[in-house]
Design a binder for this molecule. Structure first.
Ligand SMILES: NC(=O)c1ccc[n+]([C@@H]2O[C@H](COP(=O)([O-])OP(=O)(O)OC[C@H]3O[C@@H](n4cnc5c(N)ncnc54)[C@H](O)[C@@H]3O)[C@@H](O)[C@H]2O)c1
Ligand SMILES: NC(=O)c1ccc[n+]([C@@H]2O[C@H](COP(=O)([O-])OP(=O)(O)OC[C@H]3O[C@@H](n4cnc5c(N)ncnc54)[C@H](O)[C@@H]3O)[C@@H](O)[C@H]2O)c1
Lengths: 207, 207
C-alpha cells in the first residue's frame, strides 16, 4: 500500500534520477533526492522503502536500480497511448509538449467539435470530430484521455472516452466528471500551483 | 512549521470548502475532506492542526472558519499581481483561465519576444516586448511571474522578472532556472500528472 503523497513524489525523484543517469552519477544520497522534492531525507527513505528499495548507509542508493523500480511502479515500463479532446490553446500546448513523449506517453488521437479544426493536422496527427471518439479509442486501444474542452462539454467527452475503453482521464476543464468506478480521473487546476507558490512567497515559514 | 505535503493539500481542501460554502453547508467532517484530497481522515486532522484548527468530535469543522484560515495561510487574503512571459499556446490558455481570477491572482502584464504579437491585446491586456519586463514589473508592483517561453529563453526572462522585483516564479519551460535565494521558483511539469494517473490506471494497489 503506497500512500498518495508518496505516489505524487515518485515522478519528482524520477526526473532527478534521470538527470543523474545522464551525468553518469552511479549513487545518490537521500539528502540529494530530498532537496529536489522539497521534503526531508527521512521522508525520502520512507517513500523508497515502499518500493522495497533500501540504500546502503554512507553510500546511498543505486541510481539505475531506483530508476527501474520507480518506472515499474509508475507503470512507465510500458507505452501509454493517449487521446486529447479540445484542441484550443491548452490542447495545442499539450500536443506539442516534448515532456510527454520522454515519459512514454504517446499522443495518438486528437478530437475537436469545431468543424474548421477537424481534418487539420498537429504534429502528424489528424484532428477528428467528437463523434469518432468511441470508435477510435477502441480501434487504437487508447488507455488515457486528456480533456481540454470548455466545462460544458467535458462530461459528454468523458462518456465517449469511457465508452471506447479509456481507464484514466486527466481533466483540465473546470467541471466535475461522473465516471464508472473502474475509471480514474485526475483533475488539474493550475491555480493550485499558484496558491502553493503564493504560500512560499508570502514568507510563511515552513519545514 | 508546515510541511510541504500539507501545503500542497491546502488548496485542495480550499476548493472543496468553497463549494460547500456555495451549497450553504455549515460544517464538514475530516472524512469528507479526506476523500477530496485522496488521503485518509487522520492526515486531514493533522494537516488542519498546523493551522491551529481543531474540529469538534462528532460535529466536524466550521466551513467558514476553515476557509478564512486556509486563505490567510496561503496568502489569498490579498491580491496577487501576476506577469506572464511567452504568449504562445500555453501562455494564451493561462491568460484566459478563469481559475486564476477566482483565487485573486490577477494577470496584469504580458510579454513576448515575437514582434508580431507585441502591441496586440488579450483579455484587455496589451502584450509588451521583453525589454519592458523590468520597468513594468517595478512600476506595477508585480510579485509573481509565469514563464511559458521556450526553454532557451527562460533564464533570461527569469532574470528580467527578478530585476523588476518579482519574488515568485511559476516555470513551465523545461529548463532549470538560477535565481537569488529570496526568489521562490515552482516548476510545473504536466507529465508528472500523467505519471501519477498512470500509476493508478495500471492498477497498483494503494492506501
Ligand atoms: N485546469 C487548469 O489549470 C486550466 C488552465 C487553463 C485552461 N483550462 C481549461 O481548459 C479548457 C481549454 O482552455 P483553452 O484556453 O484551450 O480554451 P479554447 O477555447 O482555446 O479551446 C477549447 C477547445 O475545445 C473545443 N471543444 C469545444 N467543445 C468540444 C467538444 N464537445 N469536444 C471536443 N472539443 C470541444 C473547441 O473547439 C476548442 O478548440 C477550458 O475549459 C479552460 O477553462 C484549465
Ligand atoms: N511544463 C509543462 O507541463 C508544459 C506543458 C506544455 C508546454 N510546456 C512548455 O511551455 C513552453 C511554451 O509552450 P507553447 O506550446 O505555448 O509554445 P509556443 O511556441 O506556442 O509559445 C512560445 C511563446 O514564447 C515566446 N517567446 C520566445 N522567446 C521569448 C522570450 N525571450 N521572451 C518572451 N517570450 C518569448 C514565443 O514568441 C511564443 O509566443 C515550452 O517551453 C513548452 O515546452 C510545458
Amino acid at each position: 500500500h503506497i500512500p498518495e503523497a508518496t505516489v505524487s513524489r515518485l515522478p519528482l525523484y524520477l526526473r532527478s534520477l534521470l538527470e543523474f543517469t545522464e551525468q553518469r552519477v552511479a549513487t545518490v544520497s537521500s539528502e540529494r533526492l530530498a532537496s529536489v522534492a522539497g521534503v526531508n531525507a527521512a521522508k525520502v527513505r520512507k517513500d523508497l522503502s515502499y518500493l522495497g528499495s533500501y540504500g546502503t548507509r554512507g553510500v546511498g542508493y543505486d541510481v539505475e536500480y531506483l530508476v527501474r523500480r520507480i518506472q515499474e511502479q509508475l507503470g512507465l515500463d510500458q507505452d501509454w497511448r493517449v487521446a486529447i479532446a479540445g484542441l484550443g490553446n491548452l490542447g495545442r500546448a499539450l500536443v506539442n509538449y516534448r515532456g510527454f513523449g520522454e515519459r512514454r506517453f504517446s499522443v495518438e488521437a486528437l478530437f475537436d467539435a469545431d468543424a474548421a479544426k477537424v481534418g487539420t493536422e498537429i504534429n502528424g496527427v489528424v484532428i477528428q470530430g467528437t463523434e469518432d471518439i468511441e470508435r477510435t479509442v477502441r480501434e487504437r486501444d487508447l488507455s488515457i484521455g486528456i480533456i481540454a474542452t470548455p466545462a460544458g462539454s467535458a462530461q459528454d467527452v468523458a462518456e465517449r472516452l469511457v465508452e471506447g475503453g479509456v481507464t484514466g482521464i486527466l481533466n483540465f476543464a473546470p467541471a466535475v466528471l461522473t465516471v464508472p468506478d473502474h475509471v480514474r480521473v485526475r483533475k488539474v487546476d493550475l491555480s493550485i500551483e499558484l496558491q502553493i507558490l503564493a504560500f512560499y512567497v508570502s514568507g510563511t515559514v515552513t519545514e
